[in-house]
Design a protein around this ligand. Sequence first.
Ligand SMILES: N[C@@H](CCC(=O)N[C@@H](CS)C(=O)NCC(=O)O)C(=O)O
Length: 322
Amino acid sequence: MSAGSITKWASEDGRFRRQASAFRSFVEASPDAEFPAAAGRYHLYVSYACPWAHRTLIVRKLKGLEGVVGVSVVHYLLGPEGWAFASPSEVPGATLDDVNGTRLLRELYLKADPGYAARFTVPVLWDKERGTIVSNESSEIIRMFNSAFDAFVEPEFRGITFYPDDLKAQIDEVNAWVYDTVNNGVYKSGFATTQAAYEESCRALFESLGRIEGILASSEFLVGDRLTEADLRLFTTIVRFDPVYHGHFKCNLGQIATDYPNILRWAREIYQLPGVAETVNMEHIKRHYYMSHTQINPTRVVPLGAGPDLAHPAVKPAGRPY
Ligand SMILES: N[C@@H](CCC(=O)N[C@@H](CS)C(=O)NCC(=O)O)C(=O)O
């Protein structure tokens, strides 16, 4: 991919289309698997800015995998060379690549496949033993974290599942429309280069937010009154909504803080789960979007607002059935 194409997000017809991930293997619990689960063997590369990478960080925390799967964090800026590593003294929160010693994320992709010619995205799950990428698809990395490593976590984390058998069908159903209209919907709104493409995505996004607000008015979580991956996948978009998507991506038919009290209550509950708050780095989030997408924000000025205070107690409205 040429350096210039890094800022060309929309297709010729003005619509943003997210490419399919290329590395789609799975770490599995079985010792005979192609990529067997083990402590210390796999390494996660993320950006704190990226909502897809953010999912993997949250599940890593909630499943107690911190001592089992290491993490490296890129610089918040997505520049002409793609994601780059930086020392924490240069960029607080970022890290160098202590596992492979690379300067740029793209070097990992080319190590894994010298002929790789697609986008160099985070997250990346790296196998240190075979020196290759297991997966660059966040929805599948969270499934691996959910179940494959149970033999290596502390007892209290074993058996915790965000994708329980009895709710799989419902979770898949919610994930499908939330992905298309919300997680990816904000990008389709923000990267659209025609009025029609923007309006279509923005309206579908707010229709879905209304639907979610309705679900959360009578249920504590999105599916089956239990915290599932459907919640965690939505949460990373909601955290970014008011401070970034509302302004930068023109998703401005409403705001979480003022127009969606049930979504706000739910977001606070998730934010306040042990370990989740430390996965939210609002400086990386804001600077990434406002400073990387110069076709949208040429001045690179970063707005002051950081969205609603998610550390505030989650107030459950009186008379709710949950
Ligand atoms: N399908 C991927 C999407 C990941 C993705 O699009 N990541 C973005 C950051 S939010 C990225 O790294 N983009 C860099 C680029 O496209 O050059 C997943 O969910 O893991």
